[in-house]
Write a protein that binds this ligand. Structure first.
Ligand SMILES: [Zn+2]
Ligand SMILES: [Zn+2]
Length: 484
């Protein structure tokens, strides 16, 4: 019989995914994995159902047509993700440049105003005095510019570099997965009816697709809770009670919590001990990650509506720049340089410098647009509507895609999307933490309830470093659920 694949394709198909120089020899049914001899030795020596590939019998013929369609769909998803990521890099650089130009223009304006003022008020004074005064004014403006604005600009430049770095690394992952998918597609189209090759190809395709889904923010993996711990994050200067209205985890595993009642932000180490705190000038509501050691916090009072940036520097919280918005600042989320802020009834999109891009969504009534979260690819936005007891899913442009209601979600408050696209949402009154599918249409699991100690949850966040879900509550300890 004519061998359907070229030697190169065959080598690719039979190569172990983990140990690229080894050939696949066996299949472990316990792990549903194709293994080389190294895999077996390292990870499957205790597995009960390890069979040589040559002895595998495929009772059902592989659906090659379905498989190639599935591969093509995933490849299209990866291509569009890459296009969006490249656009994000362009837009990051462009908005940074624009912001720089605005700052220079402001400086120019300030200098002119001072000089005009000096000239107008100098009637009768000698030219020498006037010159001196102008020089002093100009110097003081330039000094202030050096001390504050240039520092802020440098900080923003670091942000741009860091965000660009993480987008670039994701683009590389996309390219490598796309190559794998393309090779498999070619193989699937040429493989013919060789049963053994079909079986290997179909298992390998499923494996690569499973790797691609989290990158596309479409992981359907349901969390399983393995254990629970409780931590008190009260500090001596706090009042009797506290409300952890926002949580954010840094890539190194440190946790930041926002305490609404005590108007502060607290930094917790990996053991969840408070190691630093920062008082803010009004009620802080929510927090999101901007760069590996930088976060943004929404802060509110009757006359204050601002986004405050905070840097974590060697175990200390250091306040950075802030900008004022024209509306109340509630929920906040960040993705690739886009900042999403809710006002209680609207969802807005801003640049990292506080320039309004657009209003994405508007609803009637207060607390209808409460917290927000963005999928890792940016193509879906999630909103908790506390007033309507709903979880809303929007497209990138704000179009409503899905609405989810559940009695277990009464007064939904805490909301978070993991880096793989898993959606976590808390019901305040039913005291629940749920996982909802990335489409925002159905519940995948009830992860924790009152029986697990959940009591009036306000915020939720997943830590990929410690593989745990952290829940912030009203007047209660924070809960940490170890998950698999
Ligand atoms: Zn291997
Ligand atoms: Zn195994």
């Amino acid at each position: 019989m004519k061998w359907p694949l070229s030697k190169k394709m065959e080598n690719y198909l039979l190569a172990c995914i983990i140990h690229k120089d080894e050939q696949l020899t066996t299949y472990c049914a316990d792990h549903s994995q194709l293994c080389c001899s190294k895999c077996v030795e390292l990870n499957h020596s205790k597995c009960s159902k390890v069979t040589p590939i040559s002895e595998l019998t495929n009772s059902q013929p592989t659906d090659l047509q379905g498989l190639s369609e599935e591969l093509e769909t995933v490849m299209a998803g990866i291509k569009s993700l890459q296009i969006n990521q490249e656009a994000s890099i362009q837009s990051l650089q462009r908005t940074y440049k624009e912001h720089g130009a605005v700052i220079i223009e402001q400086l120019h304006g300030n200098l002119n105003t001072y000089i005009d003022k000096c000239c107008n008020s100098s009637v009768g004074t000698s030219n020498k005095n006037l010159k001196e005064e102008i020089c002093w004014s100009v110097l003081s403006i330039l000094n202030e510019f050096d001390n504050i604005t240039v520092k802020e600009l440098n900080k923003m430049k670091d942000e741009v570099i860091s965000i660009k770095g993480s987008i670039t690394s994701s683009i590389h992952k996309c390219t490598s997965l796309h190559n794998d998918l393309l090779q498999l597609l070619e193989i699937v189209q040429k493989i013919g009816d060789n049963k053994e090759l079909c079986l290997i190809a179909s298992i390998k395709c499923k494996h690569i697709i499973q790797q691609a889904l989290p990158l596309l923010g479409k992981s359907g993996k349901v969390f399983k809770v393995q254990g629970k711990s409780e931590y008190n994050v009260r500090i001596p200067s706090d009042s009797v009670t506290f409300d952890i209205s926002g949580i954010c985890v840094l890539p190194d595993g440190q946790v930041l919590v926002v305490d609404w009642t005590n108007k502060n932000v607290k930094l917790l180490n990996q053991q969840y001990q408070v190691v630093s705190h920062l008082d803010v000038n009004a009620w802080p509501f929510d927090i999101c990650l901007i760069a590996p050691s930088e976060v943004a916090v929404t802060v509110n009072a009757s006359n204050i509506h601002e986004v405050q940036f905070i840097t974590v520097n060697q175990g200390k919280l250091v306040p950075g720049r802030k900008f004022q918005l024209q509306h109340e600042c509630r929920g906040i989320a960040h993705q690739n340089g886009d900042l999403f802020v809710t006002s209680g009834k609207e969802l807005y999109k801003y640049t990292l410098h506080g320039k309004l891009i657009c209003r994405l969504y508007e609803a009637l009534g207060y607390n209808t647009v409460y917290k927000c979260a963005v999928s890792p690819t940016g193509d879906r936005l999630y909103i908790t509507s506390r007033y309507h007891n709903k979880l809303l899913t929007l497209a990138r442009d704000g179009t409503l895609l899905a609405t989810y209601t559940d009695t277990a979600l009464e007064w939904p408050r805490g909301l978070h999307v993991t880096p793989a696209g898993q959606v976590l949402v808390c019901g305040h009154w039913p005291h629940t933490v749920l996982q909802v599918g990335w489409e925002g249409q159905s519940k995948l699991a009830t992860l924790a309830t009152k029986e697990d100690g959940v009591w009036r949850p306000l915020s939720v966040c997943y830590s990929s470093t410690t593989l745990s879900i952290i829940v912030g509550q009203s007047g209660n300890n924070i809960l940490v659920f170890r998950v698999e």
